[in-house]
Design a protein around this ligand. Structure first.
Ligand code: ADP
Ligand code: ZN
Length: 435
C-alpha cells in the first residue's frame, strides 16, 4: 500500500530526528531568504540560518502567530514567485480575520499524501467509496480529503456539505463505505438517517468515518459510531500548516499520529513560550519541513493539547497528539473559572442528550451568567413541566460537578437548536460584545 509507508511511519526516533534535522536546516534557510517578514523576526531574535544545525536548535527560532499572518496579509509570507502558486485556501475565520495559505503543486501533493495516509489508516483502499461531505471551497476540509481519496484510488464522491437527504440517498445508491465530514455534521446525518426510518448496516453500508476540523468528545464519537454503524476516526489539521492530515488516527483510536516526516510538533506554555516536556498540556506549535510556498516555522496554533510518544498497536512510531480540548481562545473564563465547551459536551452526552446544544455566556450586574440550551431527548415529549424541571436540575448538578460552577439549563424542543453542516458554532459569549 503506497500510502502506508512503514519505512517512514514506523521509523526509529533517531531516524525521525535525523530527517527532521536535515530538513529543518533547509526550511529555515528557505524562509529566511524568501520571506522578508520572517527574516526580520529572526534578525530581531538575533538568530541566523547558520545557527540552526539540527532540531536541537529549534528553540532558538522565533514563533509565528496568527497576528503575524494578519500583519503580513495577504502576500507577506509567500516564499515563492506567484507564478509557482497553483492554489490558495483560507481559514474559516472562526476566530477573526481570515488567513490565506498558498500552495505550489509540490505542497498540494504533500498535503494530499498526508490525507491519503489518514484514509489508509482508517482501513481505506481503492475498493472504497469515499463520500466527502466536508465543505469544498476556501475551506481545506473538502479539497484535502478529496485529494487524499484520489491518491488512494478510491471512488470519490465530491458531495460537499449540506443537502443531507441527498447525502443519504447517495450513500444508499452508491454504497459509500467511508464518510468524511465534521463530527457535528456526522451526528446530524445520523439523526436524519433515523428520522428517515433507515438503519445503519442495513440500508447504508458505511464502515468508517474520518471526522475533524473541530473539537469533539469521546462521548460524541460513541454516539456517531452507533448512529452510523461505523468506526469513527479523528483527523486534525489547520490551513496554515496545510489542512487536514497533519495528524490522523489509526486503528487504536487513541490519539492522532503526527506526520513527523513533514512536521515537527512542540508543546509550549502559552504564557511564557517555554517548551514543555512530553506529556504536559500546553499550546501546540508546528514547524513545516517541506513547504515551498508557505513555510510556517514554529507556528503557534493556539490549540491546547498533549503530545505522547508511545508504542502503538498499529506499529507506527510517529508521535501522537491527544484530541485537542479546543483552542486557547475557545476557553471561557466564567466567574474566574476556566471552562472548555468540550467539558459541557461530555456531561450532556453522558446524561443521554444529543450533541445539539448552545452555550450562552453573559454578564448581568457584574456577574457572569452561564446558560446551556439543550434539546430534550425524543422520549421526553410526553414529559410534564415538573419532569422537565427535575431534569434541568439534574443536568445543572452534573455540570457543576464537572466544571465547578453552576449553569442554568434550558431544555428546549427537538429541532430548535440549529444543526451544523460544517463547523458547529456552539458558544455565544455576549460579554465580548460588551467589552
Ligand atoms: P479556523 O482557524 O478559521 O477554524 P481552519 O479551518 O484552518 O480555520 O481550522 C483549524 C482549526 O480547527 C485547528 O487549529 C483546530 O482548532 C481545529 N481542529 C481541526 N481539526 C481538529 C480536531 N480533529 N479536533 C479538534 N479541533 C480541530
Ligand atoms: Zn497507531
Amino acid at each position: 500500500m503506497k500510502y502506508y509507508q512503514p519505512e517512514k511511519e514506523c521509523a526509529s526516533v533517531e531516524e525521525i530526528r535525523a530527517w527532521q534535522s536535515e530538513k529543518l536546516v533547509k526550511q529555515v534557510k528557505h524562509a529566511y531568504d524568501n520571506v522578508p517578514y520572517y527574516r526580520d523576526l529572526m534578525d530581531k531574535q538575533g538568530v541566523k540560518p547558520e545557527d540552526i544545525r539540527s532540531i536541537d536548535d529549534l528553540h532558538k527560532l522565533p514563533f509565528i502567530s496568527k497576528y503575524d499572518l494578519r500583519e503580513a496579509y495577504p502576500y507577506g509570507f509567500l516564499a515563492v514567485d506567484k507564478s509557482e502558486v497553483v492554489r490558495i485556501h483560507s481559514t474559516s475565520g472562526t476566530t477573526g480575520r481570515r488567513v490565506i495559505a498558498f500552495y505550489t503543486q509540490h505542497d498540494v501533493d504533500l498535503w494530499e499524501e498526508c490525507c491519503a495516509r489518514a484514509i489508509v489508516a482508517a482501513g481505506g483502499d481503492k475498493n472504497d467509496v469515499v463520500q466527502v461531505a466536508y465543505g469544498y471551497g476556501l475551506f481545506t476540509g473538502g479539497a484535502g480529503l478529496h485529494g487524499g481519496s484520489h491518491k488512494v484510488g478510491s471512488m470519490t464522491l465530491p458531495m460537499s456539505s449540506g443537502n443531507t437527504e441527498r447525502q443519504i440517498q447517495f450513500m444508499q445508491d452508491l454504497g459509500s463505505t467511508i464518510l468524511c465530514c465534521t463530527p457535528s455534521y456526522a451526528a446530524y446525518i445520523g439523526e436524519v438517517l433515523k428520522n428517515m426510518g433507515l438503519e445503519p448496516n442495513k440500508d447504508i453500508h458505511l464502515k468508517a468515518g474520518i471526522f475533524g476540523a473541530e473539537p469533539w468528545t469521546e462521548e460524541m464519537r460513541r454516539g456517531i459510531e452507533k448512529s452510523l454503524g461505523i468506526k469513527a476516526y479523528d483527523i486534525y489539521g489547520l490551513t496554515e500548516i496545510s489542512g487536514p492530515g497533519v495528524a490522523f488516527e489509526c486503528s487504536e483510536q487513541k490519539g492522532m499520529h503526527i506526520n513527523e516526516d513533514h512536521f515537527i510538533a512542540e508543546i509550549i506554555n502559552p504564557e511564557t513560550g517555554e517548551v514543555l516536556p512530553e506529556g504536559t498540556k500546553g499550546e501546540l506549535v508546528f514547524t513545516c519541513l517541506d513547504k515551498e510556498a508557505f513555510p510556517m516555522i514554529r507556528y503557534r496554533t493556539r490549540d491546547i493539547c498533549v503530545l505522547k510518544r508511545e508504542k502503538c498497536s498499529c506499529g507506527r512510531t510517529f508521535i501522537k497528539m491527544a484530541k485537542p480540548m479546543g483552542r486557547s481562545d475557545d476557553m471561557l473564563i466564567i466567574r474566574g473559572v476556566n471552562v472548555f465547551p468540550s467539558q459541557i459536551e461530555t456531561v450532556l452526552l453522558e446524561q443521554g442528550y444529543q450533541p445539539n446544544y448552545r452555550i450562552e455566556v453573559d454578564r448581568v450586574d457584574n456577574n457572569d451568567t452561564l446558560d446551556v440550551f439543550v434539546e430534550v431527548t425524543s422520549d421526553d415529549i410526553s414529559d410534564t413541566v415538573k419532569d422537565i424541571t427535575v431534569k434541568e436540575k439534574e443536568l445543572a448538578m452534573a455540570i457543576r460537578n464537572m466544571i465547578g460552577i453552576g449553569a442554568k439549563i434550558h431544555l428546549v424542543p427537538i429541532g430548535s437548536i440549529e444543526r451544523s453542516e460544517g463547523k458547529a458554532k456552539r458558544v455565544i459569549d455576549r460579554r465580548k460584545l460588551i467589552d
